[in-house]
Design a binder for this molecule. Structure first.
Ligand code: FAD
Ligand code: EPU
Length: 290
């Protein structure tokens, strides 16, 4: 009764790309204790499992995925605020909370520091795992500590300084499950926070292809170069296999124009990689988890 279970859940409901067949079993524990019990049981039985947040950085398999997907959107949903002094404090957010909810609260109360995350359709857990961010900053800049379950299902509190975070890399221990994270914020006038968020969202609507389902940028930027610019200059804008298309708006985004399959997307990825390698001698590394 502490766990909700669904069978044969369409992948399109679990990932923003809306690509993939179905997931055999989706489990939503309602408490941290039941999450732990589920993980213990799956481990004991040797059943493969994956935690998903909002599924905004994953390309799921076609057909039936024989795997248990665990969602934390029922058990890790607390959002708390603790002031240190009259100007700054810590926002503690459960892994299952959406970044958009964090920002909504920031706007309401006038807490600044997290605005750069506006428009990233992630959960707190997925954002920490990926060290999500933009050119203006990343989770690593605002994270204070993170509470996890380690591979032995023991709870640990890891300070930011203990994590080797890097570009799109949370630096968490192998098989860690993020439960909750603390973020540093400072007080500001609510209307200023709101204005900043609105500007960032406007810029995104101008530069990014938000009309079609996607997983954001497909490749990491190689060093100081821009993957999007390289793919663009190699002539791939609009390149399409099936319903998977290199966006004409931004070349580092593959968009799903309808019924794209995983293979369509993988073939586009391979073609782009090869094209950029031949033209510029650069090996693009995937950001999206395939
Ligand atoms: P998921 O995609 O569900 O999972 C990603 C990985 O994290 C998986 O390996 C999963 O197993 C793991 N994971 C998720 N939750 C947990 C947890 N609680 N504990 C342990 N592991 C976990 N990314 C950026 O960095 N910057 C951007 O500007 C950006 N813009 C985007 C815009 C759009 C429109 C889209 C669709 C994507 C964008 N992304 C961006 C990519 C994506 O949002 C980020 O990578 C994000 O961090 C993924 O979070 P998620 O909750 O969706 O994770
Ligand atoms: N560009 C082109 N052609 C294109 C796309 C981009 O010439 O088709 C050029 C732009 O003109 C610009 C440069 O490439 O001069 C960089 O482009 P942009 O400003 O869009 O930034 P990006 O490096 O492509 C990064 C992150 C995004 C994040 C934005 C905003 C990566 C891989 N991408 O994009 O993150 O939203 O900055 O700060 O680091 C994601 O990770 O999924 C993601 C969307």
């Amino acid at each position: 009764e502490d766990v909700e279970v669904q069978w044969n859940v369409p992948a399109s409901r679990l990932s923003t790309f809306r690509v993939g067949g179905s997931v055999q079993c989706v489990v939503q524990p309602k408490t941290e204790a039941s999450l732990k019990a589920v993980l213990q049981r799956l481990r004991g039985e040797g059943v493969p499992w994956t935690i998903l947040g909002r599924g905004s950085n994953v390309l799921l398999p076609d057909g039936l995925w024989h795997r248990v997907v665990i969602l934390l959107d029922r058990c890790c949903t607390q959002l708390r605020w603790k002031p240190w002094d009259h100007r700054s404090g810590t926002m503690t957010a459960g892994a299952g909370i959406r970044l958009a909810q964090l920002l909504k609260l920031s706007m309401r109360h006038g807490w600044t520091g997290l605005e750069f995350l506006a428009g990233i359709p992630a959960s707190v857990g997925g954002a920490v795992m990926m060290n999500a961010g933009t050119r203006k900053g990343s989770i690593a800049d605002v994270l204070q500590r993170v509470r996890i379950l380690d591979k032995d299902l023991q709870e640990q509190m890891l300070p930011r300084t203990a994590l080797p975070m890097g570009y799109r890399c949370g630096g968490l221990p192998q098989d860690a499950v993020v439960l909750e994270a603390d973020f540093r914020v400072t007080e500001a006038m609510p209307h200023r926070v709101a204005r900043k968020i609105a500007r960032i969202l406007r810029e995104r609507r101008q530069n990014q292809p938000l009309r079609w389902p996607s997983a954001g940028c497909v490749f990491k930027n190689p060093g100081s170069q821009s993957a999007g610019a390289l793919i663009d200059r190699a002539g791939f804008k609009g390149f399409r296999i099936g319903d998977a298309e290199v966006s004409p708006v931004h070349a580092n985004w593959i968009v799903n124009r309808g019924q794209a399959t995983r293979d369509d997307v993988l073939h586009v990825i391979e073609a782009v990689r090869q094209g950029v390698r031949e033209r510029f001698g650069v090996d693009l590394e995937l950001e999206v988890q395939v």
